[in-house]
Design a protein around this ligand. Sequence first.
Ligand SMILES: Nc1ncnc2c1ncn2[C@@H]1O[C@H](COP(=O)(O)OP(=O)(O)OP(=O)(O)O)[C@@H](O)[C@H]1O
Ligand SMILES: [Mg+2]
Length: 260
Amino acid sequence: MSLLQVDNLTVHYPGQSLPALQQVSLSLAPDELLVALGPSGCGKSTLLNVLAGFIAPSHGTAQFAGQPITGPGAERAVVFQHDGLLPWLDVAGNVAFGLKLQGVPAAKRAAIVADTLQQVGLADASDKRVWQLSGGMRQRVGIARALASQSRVLLMDEPFGALDAFTREQMQQLLLQVWRQSQRGIFLITHDIEEALFLASSLVLMSPGPGRIVQYLRPTFSQRFLAGESVRAIKSDPEFITLREQLLASLSRAQQQEAA
Ligand SMILES: Nc1ncnc2c1ncn2[C@@H]1O[C@H](COP(=O)(O)OP(=O)(O)OP(=O)(O)O)[C@@H](O)[C@H]1O
Ligand SMILES: [Mg+2]
């Protein structure tokens, strides 16, 4: 059964002439990393917000494990573009925050926090304050917090958008390793074609005006990375470059149609 399933989803915000999303259908299997790629305004965050349960569909359905999504739930952890860390807590406190709210006992909480900080390479930073961290470290704390929640799926809205190219690439590799270790479904939004191709086991290309899916792809580059191939070899492979250029062409075509 799909972890997430969206059928004919339309979201029309009040007062807007066009729907933000029109008749969008997709599904996420439990072991998939599904990427939604598209330009600004094509409805990516709207889609994630429906999956997170923050907004309701105008038409169509959104389901988690076969049940309609009616609000936020601990089984669907969200990583926001801006990390949303709590500055008055240290790193461990931020990662433990959701667990504390859920009433997980202190000893178990500490074990989960230590384990997830280890996974994201921040074992030595657990007592640091948020303002002592670099941008990349902050993003990793955000990811650790989502992982610690023991959710079945991670919903990530442009999680690496604010990072420099080098840190971004490191974070992409870390995410793939975390994905393999944690065995969760991931839904990730990006407007970066290279990032989408490298990470996705399944990819939807979206277009604005109204927001819709214009192409479905199943790239295999993340599997090649996890099998040991280097990121540089993958991203300079002619197959990768050809697909990247095709996606770029599809995106510009879709934008020209919107402008026409
Ligand atoms: N709360 C809202 N009320 C009204 N319109 C909204 C609301 N949220 C988003 N929109 C509109 O819906 C469309 C899709 O917005 P959305 O934020 O989903 O796009 P996006 O693909 O995430 O863009 P970006 O890449 O810039 O984050 C846009 O035209 C936006 O102006
Ligand atoms: Mg957005």
